[in-house]
Design a binder for this molecule. Sequence first.
Ligand SMILES: NC(=O)c1ccc[n+]([C@@H]2O[C@H](COP(=O)([O-])OP(=O)(O)OC[C@H]3O[C@@H](n4cnc5c(N)ncnc54)[C@H](OP(=O)(O)O)[C@@H]3O)[C@@H](O)[C@H]2O)c1
Length: 329
Amino acid sequence: MKAIVCERYGPPEVLQLKEVEKPIPKADEALIKVHTSTVTTGDCRIRSFTFARWFWLPGRIMFGITRPRKQIPGWELAGEIESVGKDVKHLKRGDNVFGYTKGVSFGGTNAEYKCLPAQRLVGMDPSKIGHAEAAVLPVGGLTALFLLREAKVKEGQEVLIYGASGSVGTYAVQLAKYYRATVTGLCSGRNSELVRSLGAERVIDYTAEDFTVNGRTYDIIFDCVGKTTYSRCKDSLKREGAYLTVEWPFLQKLIASISSKRRIIFGMAPDTTEDMEFLRDLVEKGELKPVIDRTYPLEEAVEAYRYVDTGRKRGNVVITIDHERESDQ
Ligand SMILES: NC(=O)c1ccc[n+]([C@@H]2O[C@H](COP(=O)([O-])OP(=O)(O)OC[C@H]3O[C@@H](n4cnc5c(N)ncnc54)[C@H](OP(=O)(O)O)[C@@H]3O)[C@@H](O)[C@H]2O)c1
C-alpha cells in the first residue's frame, strides 16, 4: 500500500510517498481502507521536531532518538472496514467508521490502510456525515469538548476563545455556543467573518486590539493555539474564572491554585467513543460544523504539511485517498 513516510526529522520535504507493507489486523483490531485522513499541527511538530528546548530529550525518547520511531504520520481517519480480527463482532467489512490513534507519536493514518482497535472506532453513515467531516472531528473536537466540560461551561457565561480560527478554536466557539455561553472569538481580521459565522457574538481582531486592556472580564478564557499565557489573561478573568489551554503549564497551575480562586485547566481528552459519537451526532443534527480549509490528495501531502506549517490554517486540513485510482493503476 502507499503511505507517507517520515524517515527523519525536518521540513515537509522529508516526507516521501512510499510503498509499504499493508498492515494485518490483530484479533481485536479492524483494518480500515482509509478514505480521508488529516494533517494536524501536532503531526507537523513531531515531523519538524520543533518543541521547547527543555523537551528535547523527553521528546527524542518519546518519538525516536535519531529519527522518528513510528514513521507514518497522521492521527485521524475515516473510511471503510476492509477486514476485522477474529474477536471483533460489532463491525464487519464495508462498515463506514471514523476514529483516531491515541498516543504521543505518529499515528500512521496518512496511508491507504490502517489497523486500529475496533473498540476505538465509531460508526458513521456517509449520507449524513461525509468522510472528511468525520475525519477532522477527533483531535480538535475532543480537545475543545473535554476542556470546556472540565471548566463546566454553562448558560450565560462569558467565554473568550483565543485563536478561534484554528481547529480546536472553531470547535470551541461552536461548543461554547451549544452550551449557551456568550462567545467572544479572538482571531485576525481575515478570519472575523468565519468566527462570526460559527456563532461568536463578538469578535476581537488580535492584530488591532489588545483584549486585556478593554476592561471586559470572562468566566472562561480558552487559549486554543498556545499563543498566550495565564499571567497575561488573569486580569481579564472573573474572580472564579477558568483559564483553559492546549499547552501544559504545570507550574503556573500550581502557583495559581495556591494564590487565587481562578483555575487553570489543561490535559488530553480521555479516550472515549461516547464523546466521538456525541460530536458526530451534533454534526448530523447540523449543530456543529467541522471547518475544512484545504483538501489535498495523499500524493500531495508535502504541500499539505507546508500549508499547516504556516500556522495560518483555518479549521482543518484533509488528506484524501483515491482507492479507485489505486485499482486503475
Ligand atoms: N492538549 C492537547 O491534547 C491538544 C490537542 C490538539 C491540539 N493541541 C495543540 O493545540 C494547538 C492548536 O492546534 P490547532 O490545530 O487547533 O490550531 P491551528 O489550526 O494550527 O491554528 C492556526 C490558527 O491560529 C491562528 N493564530 C495564529 N497565531 C495566532 C495568535 N497569535 N493569536 C490568535 N490566533 C492565532 C491562525 O489564524 P491567523 O492566521 O488569522 O492568525 C490560524 O487560523 C497546537 O499547538 C496543537 O499542538 C493540543
